[in-house]
Design a protein around this ligand. Structure first.
Ligand SMILES: CC(C)(COP(=O)(O)OP(=O)(O)OC[C@H]1O[C@@H](n2cnc3c(N)ncnc32)[C@H](O)[C@@H]1OP(=O)(O)O)[C@@H](O)C(=O)NCCC(=O)NCCS
Length: 163
């Protein structure tokens, strides 16, 4: 498994993931409905934005997921992650990616805290946070834009040692 910056050739696979209703539901968003060409413009702009750091998770030479560090504020940032193909989940890729990104955030970016959140019924993501040393710090109600239903969201954070 490795993390690398996104490339223009990743657009199609990222678009496919963003159109997947199951992945959208886990993110509390509707699946993407814009055209591939409109999405391409959005992705290429976002991947260059200084306030967002996007990484492609690659395994066996193929992109299998995406992770993002964003919302840089108060000495910290938020982390989001997904493994695109169903067949690639449960292989430890997200746990390894989160570990690497936390190290990167602390050691390269000089941050003190990495924050994350997930739906209360996303036990897999909670396990990833726990395995990577995050602790649960609160919860909140969320209206999902996927199905307009109300869900509980759990907030996590991982603090740099000694801070
Ligand atoms: C959540 C997600 C990012 C995790 O990535 P992953 O590569 O599958 O995760 P890993 O293989 O590193 O670890 C998953 C852990 O959850 C555990 N797990 C799997 N299903 C589980 C379940 N139903 N309940 C509890 N734990 C579960 C696995 O056993 C593993 O823990 P272990 O290493 O102690 O055995 C990935 O499955 C995914 O993209 N899912 C769909 C989108 C999503 O939920 N994104 C997160 C939105 S916040």
């Amino acid at each position: 498994m490795l993390l690398r910056p996104p490339r223009p050739s990743d657009v199609e696979v990222v678009y496919e993931w963003d159109r997947d209703p199951e992945l959208a539901a886990w993110n509390g968003r509707p699946p993407l409905s814009i055209s591939l060409e409109a999405a391409r413009r959005d992705y290429l702009a976002r991947w260059r934005e200084p306030g967002v750091r996007t990484f492609i998770i690659e395994a066996g030479g193929e992109p299998v997921g995406m992770a993002t560090l964003y919302d840089f504020r108060n000495g910290g940032c938020d982390l989001g992650i997904k493994i695109g193909p169903k067949t690639e989940r449960g292989k430890g890729y997200a746990s390894e990616a989160v570990r690497l990104l936390v190290e990167y955030a602390f050691n390269e970016l000089g941050l003190r805290v990495v924050r994350g959140s997930t739906l209360a019924h996303n036990h897999r993501m909670q396990r990833v946070f726990e395995k990577c040393g995050f602790r649960e710090v609160g919860d909140g109600a969320l209206i999902s834009r996927f199905d307009n239903r109300r869900y509980t969201e759990l907030f996590y954070e991982r603090r740099r040692e000694g801070t």
